[in-house]
Design a protein around this ligand. Structure first.
Ligand code: PEP
Ligand code: MG
Length: 890
């Protein structure tokens, strides 16, 4: 049997690996191989594979057979290539040893530079370079790094010695130390190592090399790496590779340098060399930020007002070569690259390349421009922009340059940034808005009663509630920035203050919230307005030609519906009618209806609500201009409309003309232990059919009016919430049909409409086959379906879901990203059974997951007809739906 191959060499214009071998060689190793293959100047080296890492851990930290011999052979080959030998006194080869996992884990694992130096080879290096100071400086850096990474003697030991030495000699800067000074410092370093470890610093270069390799493999399971992996969902089983590479020196005098660069501007996407470099420095000096780096291009230097010359001016030949390498890299990878390079005595060397991280704005520009340049096609461009990142472009954002004083952090419930006066009460928010104030509504949690206040506020902050709490869902729907569940906040409604970390903010004082990060700040932080650039529109058009699923919106106000249309919504997938009940001209009637003791008592206020609802629906139908509109009949528990505090009770008693004592008695009767699982959804329609009848009439009449106004044929979709049984839907559909017939007769007009249901209870999913005999369409209400499948209250989840995430029990919050295994299985079952009964039954999703890219992929897999999401997520959903369709093709 052939021996396993554990080691892959690269350099000299060829390599044993390729870019495709990332799993085996890690990201860095695979790209070093690829750069070698395409003839770029890469210092020769080799990669020890991730399989060795796996074997190492499976085998009680023993290396597999054959590894030592393969490493030795590869090291010899490097030596031959550069004409030096590892450990040879006269002409020593020095190497770097670095980790390189499959997925980039910046700064998470360890690196050793200048390995191969000892008391003898340092002299060889001095002679060869003709620079004794450089050689001893390199040696002391190596001792420091090796001790820290491999031997566990921490940095501060050496910093202390160096600082003391500089004081002794009255030096300010490291650059003032001569070769002899460094020799003295090295002697002190070595003495400290002896003291700390009870043995000398290793002089045997082979021992040094294996020590470093052990340390890199060992670092795969250090705490830093463990945490990073958990946060980024990187499996431990992947392992890391180790890259050993001939050293090149950016610190060999003024014709040497080291730098980092992007092939395009990662902030704006502009096609221009972007990055910085340091003359006479080694890689870690750039990162350490001790010296201020210089610009690469002359244009960037002038734009930045730098005094020091750019690389273009100071090292024109190396710069020209770097620009040429950028062209080759982009032509080859067809992607913007992030590189590290070193110039050693005028010669350019490439040390790393990978695809560069970028802002959403840059991602759009780069994707669209690369299509124009013929580097990629439209389909590829669509996959290049992360849908979730578009959020950055759809809301005001904090000026990144601005100072900020952070008070606390909650959940990033609805993106965007806003500053305003703190107000603790929704009515007051509405009043202040009318007087032209910007306010931030601060509540422990919000309820449907706060809708008006939320609408009036520029931002919402709550101390309780998760990502699908009322505040979060409504704020996202309205496109209002929201931070929810900021548990450290103490809100005192009486005193009208919020207190956090010893700071108290009073009503009327200004705070700023960033709903994209969850941060809450004191005072006003300047924001930048969203800009929908041409590239954005172009990419959206391409996405539209490649997606199969339609994208609708969840909207109930004309403003939201218009916003959604502007963002490309193809109809309304969910109109939550209860949100329409809170405006000042209707809430009293709604309350009278709920508080009434009998049907007659309810019919009276209902007749007042009817014309207002009809007008709401007419407007929505008109804005949607013939596109499908799904209207959901009343859903929430009725107590949400009722007063709670004494003050509110007194107010309602006055408004409705009901004696306060009677009102209190009725409130007691209506109280429920578990309202979310109580008298809500279609159960209300069963108990009070007249409510749904009024709503159905308002829908039909609104549709007829809108049809006349727009000349479009309006076909409303009436949706019944929280159905568990076919019998419920049969009962209610019969009444809706009867209303349709009445309205049709009264108006002498045919009415076309569909009656369907939400699938938001496990029983409904399981019984979907039967329910589809009555339901003409299904819309998956995955907020409630998640709540009822897990048995986790969506309003209380935030208090403990974080523990599940931190303790690695779940990868994602199931209220944010659909749980494919459990909830997803129910969706699949319902889709299958529904289709079996009613061929081609229209299927959609209107839970919050309808705007979550990863859940949208799932919807494509299940073959849903559309997703529906809040207006501001419509562009995200359009892009994600296109990506999902393209992913399915390949
Ligand atoms: C759902 O449950 O997913 C849904 C869309 O309805 P709501 O959020 O209004 O309960
Ligand atoms: Mg629901």
């Amino acid at each position: 049997m052939a021996e396993n191959k554990w080691v892959y060499s690269f350099g000299d214009g060829k390599a044993e690996g390729t870019a495709e071998m990332k799993n085996l060689l890690g990201g860095k190793g695979a790209n070093l191989a690829e750069m070698s293959n395409i003839g770029l100047p890469v210092p020769p080296g080799f990669t020890i594979t991730t399989e060795v890492c796996t074997a190492f851990y499976e085998n009680d930290r023993q290396y597999p057979d054959g590894l030592t011999a393969q490493v030795e052979a590869a090291l010899d080959a490097i030596g031959k290539s550069v004409g030096m030998n590892f450990g040879e006194k006269e002409n020593p080869l020095l190497v770097s040893v670095r980790s390189g996992a499959r997925a980039s884990m910046p700064g998470m694992m360890d690196t050793v530079l200048n390995l191969g130096l000892n008391d003898e080879t340092v002299e060889g290096l001095a002679k060869r370079s003709g620079d004794e100071r450089f050689a001893y400086d390199s040696y002391r850096r190596f001792i420091q790094m090796y001790c820290d990474v491999v031997l566990g003697v921490e940095h501060y030991n050496f910093e202390e010695i160096l600082e003391y030495y500089k004081e002794e000699q009255e030096y300010d800067l490291d650059t003032e130390l001569t070769a002899d000074d460094w020799k003295d410092v090295i002697a002190r370093y070595k003495a400290r190592v002896d003291e700390e470890l009870g043995k000398p610093f290793p002089q045997d270069v082979t021992e040094q090399l294996w020590g470093a390799i052990d340390a890199v493999f060992g670092s795969w399971r250090n705490r830093r790496a463990d945490t990073y992996r958990r946060l980024h969902n990187i499996p431990e089983s992947w392992g890391t590779a180790v890259n050993v590479q001939a050293m090149v020196f950016g610190n060999m005098g003024d014709s040497s340098a080291t730098g980092v660069a992007f092939t395009r501007n990662p902030a704006t996407g502009e096609k221009a060399v972007y990055g910085e470099f340091l003359v006479n420095a080694q890689g870690e000096d750039v990162v350490a930020g001790i010296r201020t780096p210089q610009s690469l291009s002359k244009a960037a230097r002038i734009a930045g007002g730098d005094k020091k010359p750019s690389m273009e001016e100071e090292m024109p030949d190396a710069y020209a070569e770097l620009v040429d390498v950028f062209g080759k890299l982009e032509a080859h990878y067809r992607e913007m690259q992030d590189v590290e390079f070193t110039v050693q005595e005028g010669k350019l060397w490439m040390l790393q390349t990978r695809s560069g991280k970028r802002t959403a704005k840059a991602a759009l520009k780069i994707a669209v421009e690369m299509v124009g340049e013929g580097l990629i096609d439209e389909r590829m461009a669509i996959t290049r922009v992360e849908p979730g990142a578009l959020d950055q472009l759809l809301h005001p954002t904090l000026d990144p340059e601005a100072d900020r004083e952070i008070l606390t952090k909650g959940l990033p419930a609805s993106p965007g940034a806003a500053s305003g006066e703190v107000v603790f009460n929704s009515d007051e928010a509405a009043k202040l808005k009318q007087d032209g104030h910007d306010v931030i509504l601060v509540r422990v949690e919000t309820s449907p009663e706060d809708i008006n206040g939320m609408h009036s506020a520029v931002g919402i902050l709550t101390s309780r509630g998760g990502m699908t709490s009322h505040a979060a869902v409504v704020a996202r729907g309205m496109g209002r920035p929201c931070v929810s569940g900021a548990g450290a906040l103490r809100i005192d409604y009486q005193a009208e203050t919020l207190t956090v970390a010893g700071e108290t903010v009073k009503k009327g004082e200004i705070i700023t919230i960033d709903g994209g990060t969850g941060e809450v700040m004191k005072g006003r932080v300047p924001t930048l307005q969203p800009e929908l650039s041409g590239d954005f529109a172009t990419l959206m058009e391409w996405a539209d030609t490649h997606r199969r699923m339609k994208v609708r919106t969840n909207a109930e106000t004309p403003t939201d519906a218009k916003t959604a249309r502007k963002f490309g919504a193809e109809g309304i997938g969910l109109c939550r009618t209860e949100h329409m009940f809170f405006e000042a001209n209707r809430i009293t009637h709604v309350r009278q209806m709920i508080l009434a003791k009998d049907e007659a008592g309810r019919r009276e206020p209902l007749s007042k609500i009817l014309p207002v609802q009809r007008d709401d629906f007419r407007q929505l139908f008109e804005i949607m201009h013939g596109l499908p509109v799904t209207i959901r009949l009343l859903d929430p528990p009725l107590h949400e409309f009722l007063p709670k505090t004494d003050e509110e009770i007194a107010e309602v008693a006055e408004d409705t003309g009901m004696p306060a004592a009677d009102l209190r008695r009725r409130l007691m009767e209506l109280a429920e232990a578990n309202p979310m699982l109580g008298h809500r959804g279609c159960r209300l329609g069963i108990t009070f059919p007249e409510i749904y009848e009024m709503q159905a009439r308002a829908i039909f009449e609104g549709a007829l009016e809108a049809g006349k106004a727009t000349g479009e044929h309006v076909i409303p979709e009436i949706m019944v919430p929280l159905v568990a049984m076919k019998a419920e839907l049969d009962f209610l559909k019969a009444r809706i049909v009867a209303v349709a017939e009445e309205v049709s007769k009264e108006h002498g007009a045919e009415i076309e409409y569909h009656v369907g249901t939400m699938i938001e209870l496990p029983r409904a999913a399981l019984m979907a086959g039967e329910i589809a005999e009555t339901a003409e369409f299904f819309s998956f209400g995955t907020n409630d379906l998640t709540q009822t499948t897990f048995g986790i209250s969506r309003d209380d989840a935030a208090t403990f879901i974080n523990d599940y995430l931190q303790k690695n029990l779940i990868a994602q919050d199931p209220f944010v990203s659909l749980d494919r295994d459990g909830v997803g299985e129910l969706v699949k079952i319902a889709a299958e059974r529904g289709r079996a009964t009613r061929d081609g039954i229209k299927l959609g999703i209107c839970g919050e997951h309808g705007g979550d890219p990863s859940s949208i992929y799932f919807c494509e897999d299940v073959g849903l007809d559309y997703v529906s999401c809040s207006p501001y997520r419509v562009p995200i959903a359009r892009l994600a739906a296109a990506q999902a369709a393209l992913a399915k093709e390949t």
